[in-house]
Design a protein around this ligand. Structure first.
Ligand code: 5AD
Ligand code: FES
Length: 346
């Protein structure tokens, strides 16, 4: 095993250059095995064999942003746009609740139709109908005041991946109108407002180096979010990154273990992107340290249209089918899917 890996296992206070070195050890099987073993041990200590489920409702694919990697970016004129009404969102929740989901994630692009007032109305309606469920929002960058109103209306958690903590790399992935400082400030704001916060990044996005990933790890250590979502970058055919290479599954798995060790109690999903890049990606993610899965509750007729990257899995399956499939997959690697809110053990 590489020395820096040993050092990280002993204490996690690495500096940037050391984190970069740690990232480079992903190619060493012995190092990867050692990190995976520790990650599994920690995950078991805090969460046993439980895997939490989140019902993902992709309620709008309108977006005012233009992230270069994303299939639903504003500039993609070919994307077929849709948005669900409040009634349709509640219908997804009803179906999800009956299936045992106790967390709903409302995810969408930054859609001007969904003003703060409309969002508050949706949040209140969901929380009133399902007071025993956690509600997670994932609707991008908003003002402190908007986040405050959503929290007041009942939102419990917020997912906002920082995408990359390296400023130059952030600018390579986004137009000048989007700023890395602003992105990170949103996460601090959310934290201050008492949300359980989820950050995260893509692995292998164009221009990413080991130093970028080292910044990501430093940022995660500083922010100490309750949730961390990572998945491989996957090209989308109608973006300027169409011909870029996909991110590595192996490196994603390695980083999942590193993040589990860095933030032992974090809720970490085995993401759809990981399941898309490798047919057994989600199972392998669980074995690397992940403890959450996020099946889709969006209406099957709309699923294909929430296309962030090519070949996204589970776009043709009903929620119940995905849940059954996932339960089997989770059990196949020795874990069990539970029907609980699944708050962070911190
Ligand atoms: N490949 C992988 N992940 C992507 N995301 C967006 N586009 C892609 C892509 N092409 C991720 C981003 C975003 C999350 C909702 O999906 O990290 O935060
Ligand atoms: Fe959706 Fe397997 S999880 S079909």
């Amino acid at each position: 095993m590489e020395k820096i890996v040993q050092r990280f296992l002993e204490r996690q206070d690495l500096e940037k250059a050391e984190f970069a070195e740690l990232v480079r050890c992903a190619a060493d099987p012995e190092s990867a095995d050692a990190l995976r073993a520790r990650a599994m041990e920690l995950r078991r200590r805090y969460y046993g064999d439980k895997v939490y489920t989140r019902g993902l409702i992709e309620f709008t694919n309108y977006c005012q942003n233009d992230c270069y990697y994303c299939g639903i970016r504003r500039g993609n004129r070919l994307a077929v746009r849709y948005r669900l009404t409040k009634e349709e969102i509640l219908e997804c929740c009803r179906e999800g609740y009956a299936l045992g989901f106790r967390t709903f994630v409302l995810q969408g692009g930054e859609d001007g139709y969904y003003t703060d007032g409309r969002m508050e109305d949706v949040i209140r309606s969901v929380k009133e109908a399902y007071p025993d469920c956690a509600l997670t929002l994932s609707v991008g960058e908003k003002s402190y005041e908007s986040y405050r109103r959503f929290r007041q209306a009942g939102a419990d958690r917020y997912l906002l991946r920082h995408e990359t903590a390296d400023d130059a790399h952030y600018r390579r992935l986004h137009p000048a109108s989007q700023s890395p400082e602003r992105r990170r400030q949103c996460l601090w704001d959310l934290k201050e407002l008492g949300y359980q916060v989820g950050a995260g990044f893509m692995v292998g996005s164009p221009g990413q180096t080991a130093e970028c990933l080292a910044e990501d790890l430093l940022f995660l250590r500083r922010l100490a979010p309750q949730m961390v979502g990572i998945g491989p970058f996957l090209p989308h055919h109608d973006t300027i990154f169409a011909r870029e290479r996909a991110g590595s599954v192996e490196l994603t798995l390695y980083l999942l273990s590193v993040i589990r060790i860095l933030l032992p109690k974090a809720l970490i999903p085995a993401t759809t992107a990981l399941g898309t890049a490798d047919p057994e990606g989600r199972e392998r993610g669980l074995l690397a340290g992940a403890n959450v899965v996020m099946p889709n509750l969006s209406p099957v007729g709309k699923r294909k249209q929430y296309e962030l990257y090519d070949n996204k899995i589970c776009t043709g399956e009903e929620a119940a089918e995905c849940l059954g499939c996932l339960a089997r997959r989770v059990e196949s690697v020795g874990f069990r899917l539970v029907s609980e809110r699944g708050d962070a053990a911190m």
